[in-house]
Design a protein around this ligand. Structure first.
Ligand code: SF4
Length: 427
């Protein structure tokens, strides 16, 4: 069954998605570590970017009309949405507002837009505020020029400062992305002018209510991977990266920030609501070249009629071929039914990333019958017991949630490996 057929007949089989992501795969320049679906400015023309914005509005509308009962949260990410020309950016904002108006709220309860410092202008900020955008997520990454050069970022310290000042004056909630575990040049290279801790503190003190701190992951085929291979860069030392994060986290805690997800810190009430849909394994929609939707099966019989064969969620990948997507997004889309076992692991993995933890009642309702525990009553399934026993100092089970403490979040990967092998006994 093609995705076009599914769109026509499938809505009743799934929990209605209320989180909408739109992907804009254009950037001013390509970063040296980037493995995302994105193109530097020279790889497309203003006319192509305008055509993409038009097509993206149409696609998002089709998906929402087919599957959603209302849109609560919107996240426009990329790429760099603010790399679009003003006219195309305006088309996109107006289109999203109209889609939300057809489905309940306009503007949505939370509407985030990603921006990079070099393309964040007063004009774009005014357009966002007028359209109903509530939250800006700015890719700062570092405040040190040498680090920014290593990362191949388009912005420097001065650009980051200018963008943060503009953003904070706009009245929108502001989040900043920072990076840790950065590789260093093998020859020379002074210590960074601003440590992760100092940068996080300065941003938090200036009015940023949300910070995402990601470890740089070296992806094959990127410029950073090539420089590491040639010996011009050396990898970050894991222990010192963890020490850096721990120091930044302690400083943020003193300012009232909580670590509510493995990479995310926020003042109370400033957490990103959109991302909760991913972490709690709710249905969500992703429109655009490179975007992904996940639709959670609500009615197994209806899903079987669509070809699910026992699958408990449907993944729809819009593909990473911009030309093919522009020609026909339905034809570019690939659909995969995710088995009960894989869906269960995904849900556990996503839930355990968060301080709130894995919702055991919802987990039991979705997978209890497969586990032979039809009424698990908010208790961790027996299947998890070996992994929980091995990491018993890190796990807590209370109020129907299974969660990891702060040290457990830092050890998430080995814990998940144990959880996955504990799940091997799932037939
Ligand atoms: S801004 Fe983001 S998406 Fe664009 S090139 Fe840099 S890392 Fe990639």
């Amino acid at each position: 069954m093609t995705f076009a057929d599914l769109r026509g007949r499938g809505a009743g089989a799934f929990e209605p998605p209320r989180a909408l992501y739109l992907h804009v795969p254009f950037c001013s320049t390509r970063c040296a570590y980037c493995d995302f679906h994105s193109f530097g400015a020279g790889a497309s023309s203003p006319a192509q970017r305008a055509a993409y914005a038009d097509a993206l509005v149409v696609r998002a509308g089709e998906l929402v009309d087919a599957f959603s009962d209302r849109v609560d949260t919107v996240f426009i990410g990329g790429g760099t949405p603010t790399a679009l020309e003003d006219e195309a950016f305006g088309t996109l904002l107006a289109g999203v507002a109209a889609i939300c108006a057809r489905k309940g709220h306009s503007p949505p309860l939370e509407w985030s837009v990603e921006a990079n410092p070099e393309s964040l202008t007063p004009a774009k900020l005014s357009m966002m505020a007028a359209a109903g955008v509530t939250r800006l997520s700015i890719g700062v990454q570092s405040m040190d020029d040498a680090e920014l050069r290593t990362l191949g970022r388009g912005a420097r310290h001065a650009d980051n400062m200018r963008a943060m000042e503009l953003a904070l004056r706009s009245g929108l909630a502001v989040s900043a992305d920072l990076m840790t575990a950065l590789p260093r040049p093998t020859s020379g290279g002074a210590a960074p002018a601003s440590s992760l801790e100092a940068t996080a503190l300065a941003l938090a003190a200036s009015g940023v209510g949300h910070l995402s701190i990601y470890d740089l992951v070296v992806e094959e085929g990127t410029r950073v991977a090539e420089l590491l291979e040639r010996g011009e860069l050396r990898r970050a030392d894991e222990d010192s990266s963890l020490r850096e994060r721990t120091a930044a986290e302690a400083a943020l805690k003193r300012l009232g920030f909580g670590r509510y997800e493995v990479s995310n810190y926020a003042l109370p009430g400033s957490e990103c609501a959109h991302n909760q849909a991913y972490w709690s394994m709710r249905s969500y929609l992703g429109a655009g070249s490179g975007a992904v939707s996940t639709l959670i099966v609500a009615d197994s019989a209806a899903a079987s009629a669509l070809g699910a064969r026992g699958g408990l969620s449907l993944r729809v990948e819009e593909g990473r071929n911009l030309g093919a997507w522009l020609e026909d997004p339905d034809a570019a889309a690939e659909t995969t039914w995710i088995s009960a076992k894989d869906s269960a692991f995904e849900m556990a993995m996503m839930g355990l990333r968060t301080a709130r933890g894995l919702d055991l009642r919802r987990f039991g309702a979705r997978f209890g019958a497969f586990l032979g525990e039809a009424e698990p009553g908010g208790k961790a399934p027996r299947l998890f017991a070996p992994a929980i026993e091995r990491w018993k100092d890190r796990f807590t089970e209370a109020d129907g949630f299974l969660r990891l403490d702060g040290e457990g979040l830092d050890l998430l990967n080995p814990i998940l490996v144990d959880l996955l092998s504990a799940m091997d006994s799932w037939a």
